[in-house]
Design a protein around this ligand. Structure first.
Ligand code: UDP
Length: 382
């Protein structure tokens, strides 16, 4: 039996901790915030009793049956399909880009094949291998869709020109030539009946797991454990000695009302002159509940400063250069494994986080069985 310290109580640490506790190890988790579940944290709003996602909307979706079964083991997931609307130039559209969006934007009633032809005629085929977000958009959807839905939103979300962002960010979004407006193309999709916090709490509910909230890490803790699993920012482990990795942070401004305020859970605002990126009305994430009151959050994105909560890793060239320095140094560390979105500085959805955490747990168990040292990384951050 080994004694492990986990820093952070989000999905990464909760899953690995649970797996290693079940394998007979002793687990201590410290979390600097006063709550578990990291940025997936949900709570009931006192005034309205609606489940709100404090750090922004989280919708669970995956193609991985192991991940789906795993999350269902710890809480009830109810069917939920994310259908997002977008406001552009004061008009409302369907997202992700689908046949309805195309017909709305071009004021047409094209069939799937006609729409494909239209979009192909707009695509800039001189861009052979798109490297940037802008090139990816111009290559695959053309200037009208790019300007209506992506350029303004992306500038607000990332704080830089889409021509400076990697194409991979846009690759997250599909374009469909039918009327399917399900935002995600995954086989399994749902929302936890009682919120994400309950699911993480159930994972951590094991006799060999002890959780200390509002407890920051201090270097002296190293001596008390056989190994540390670190889900904090990679650069924080090294006391930011080479500088800080760039993140975007989010601010949420609540607006209260009665009944149905916007008719949908998520509405994106794609124009540059609207300062927020989206408005989320959280009661729609739990359509099986009834609430007289409502609460919306307007979401603003900005640069993450020292005392802000990091959300999205930016991963521009300068961040990647810095990341390389930290990763090289991390490979020389003993008795620590870096995990999750912050530990590996990657833009991870919840399902990928859980999948990677299960893989880490499997690898750790295999290393223990073979008496091998544990590795600093089980997923390459670069
Ligand atoms: N995006 C956009 N317009 C939209 C929605 C998304 O330009 O209406 C771009 C934006 O750059 C965003 C990326 O696509 O960061 C990925 O969008 P997704 O909805 O996956 O973002 P998340 O929900 O993870 O913030």
């Amino acid at each position: 039996m080994s004694n492990y310290l986990f820093v952070g109580a989000g999905f990464s640490c909760a899953v690995i901790a649970r797996e290693l506790a079940e394998a007979g190890n002793g687990i201590t988790i410290i979390e600097q915030r006063p709550h578990i579940a990291g940025n997936c944290y949900s709570e009931r709003d006192r005034e309205s009793n609606i489940i709100v996602h404090k750090y922004g909307p989280h919708i669970f979706h995956t193609d991985n049956v192991r991940v789906w079964d795993y999350i269902n083991r710890f809480g009830e997931m109810l069917p939920y399909v994310n259908r997002v609307k977008a406001v552009s130039n004061s008009r409302i559209y369907s997202l992700p880009i689908n046949l309805h969006t195309i017909n709305q934007l071009f004021e047409t009633h094209l069939s799937p094949n006609e729409a494909k032809e239209l979009i192909e005629s707009k695509a800039d085929l001189s861009i052979e291998i798109p490297k940037t977000f802008e090139e990816q958009a111009l290559r695959f959807v053309g200037p009208e869709i790019y300007n209506a839905f992506f350029a303004g939103y992306t500038r607000k979300q990332w704080g830089i020109e889409p021509s400076e962002l990697p194409a991979s960010i846009l690759k997250r979004l599909p374009i469909r030539f039918n009327y399917d407006d399900n935002y995600f193309a995954h086989k399994y999709q749902g929302m936890p009946k009682n919120g994400y916090t309950d699911i993480v709490a159930a994972m951590l509910d094991h006799p060999s797991i002890t959780v200390h909230l509002s407890t920051p890490y201090s270097i002296g803790m190293r001596n008390d454990y056989d190994h540390i699993f670190w889900s904090g920012p990679l650069d924080a482990w090294f006391d930011y000695e080479f500088g800080r990795l760039g993140y975007r942070t989010l601010d949420f401004e609540p607006v209260r009302g009665i009944g149905d305020m916007q008719g949908n859970a998520v509405i994106n605002y794609c124009d540059s002159n609207v300062p927020y990126t989206r408005i989320t009305e959280h009661k729609h994430f739990a359509p099986w509940e009834t609430h007289e009151q409502s609460i919306c959050f307007m979401e603003y994105s900005r640069q993450c400063d020292e005392n802000d909560t990091p959300y999205y890793p930016i991963r521009l060239v300068k961040d990647k250069t810095l990341l390389k320095q930290y990763v090289e140094k991390a490979y020389h560390e003993k008795n620590v494994t870096f995990v999750g979105r912050l530990g590996t500085y990657r833009y991870l959805d919840m399902d990928v986080t859980i999948k990677e955490a299960l893989d880490v747990a499997d690898a750790v168990k295999a290393s223990l069985a073979a008496s091998d040292d544990l590795k600093p990384f089980y997923v390459k951050p670069l």
